[in-house]
Design a protein around this ligand. Structure first.
Ligand code: SF4
Length: 237
């Protein structure tokens, strides 16, 4: 049985404009919602996602407990209603395939843990280091290779990047720094600004790149801040 908010959601998705529902039952355009509000409105369960999109209910998937569903409306509104094979949906809907033991499965498929050299910093390639800035994301992608990454244990949840900055400062071979996560654009501007400026002040660093999906899943996150504009943006994590 559908509740009134789901009916409202179906109406919104059937419309031609992109809208998000609000607690007051009013519809407002995605463009009018700031990114923190968009975060709070995101859909957080597979069953709700199915209901909103007019898909049949399904048994819950074990993988959703360790890696919960998280889909902002800005992304959801681009998914085709009633189509279980929609490629955008398949990126975010937990699948029973996740619960099957697959040969060769690894919780650390790209060898991140062996590359941790300081709190939240990975150094795999001589001239490039990667800061795991946070464990938070603007969407939960089922294919993520860091879905089981121990963010808290490696210090990526504290927003204290001094260890990473000191390491980069002491390794003159590091010319390029990737800000990754999680998603660095889930960090508030003044904290991100501090990090970017601290890295920018290191003479041997020539490039900073931000690995993010936010321009795709929550485009209003791109605000006119000077420090973000000094780094290039890669639309992947
Ligand atoms: S780190 Fe990137 S790929 Fe992984 S869930 Fe977050 S946004 Fe998706």
């Amino acid at each position: 049985m559908q509740n009134s908010s789901t009916n409202k959601s179906a109406e919104i998705l059937a419309g031609t404009s992109r809208f998000v529902p609000t607690a007051s039952e009013q519809e407002i355009s995605c463009d009018e919602v700031d990114w923190q509000t968009a975060f709070s409105l995101a859909v957080r369960s597979a069953s709700e996602l199915r209901e909103i999109l007019g898909l049949p209910a399904a048994a819950s998937v074990k993988g959703e407990q360790s890696f919960p569903t998280f889909v902002p409306w800005e992304f959801l509104s681009r998914i085709r209603h009633g189509d279980p094979l929609d490629p955008l949906l398949r990126q975010v809907l937990p699948s029973a395939d996740e619960d099957v033991d697959q040969p060769g499965f690894s919780a650390d498929p790209v060898g991140d843990l062996d590359a941790v050299v300081a709190g939240g910093l990975l150094h795999k390639y001589q001239g490039r280091a990667l800061v795991v800035t946070t464990g938070a994301c603007g969407v939960h992608c089922r294919y993520c290779f860091r879905r089981e990454f121990p963010y808290a244990a490696v210090g990526s949840r504290s927003e204290d990047w001094r260890g990473s900055i000191d390491y980069i400062r002491n390794h003159v071979e590091v010319e390029e720094v990737l800000l990754s996560g999680g998603d660095p654009l889930t960090i508030v501007d003044h904290k991100l600004d501090e990090l970017i400026c601290a890295i920018e002040a290191i003479e041997h660093v020539r490039r900073q790149r931000i690995h993010t999906r936010m321009p795709i899943v929550m485009p209003q996150r791109i605000t006119p801040t000077n420090s973000i504009q000094t780094a290039s943006i890669d639309l992947a994590c």
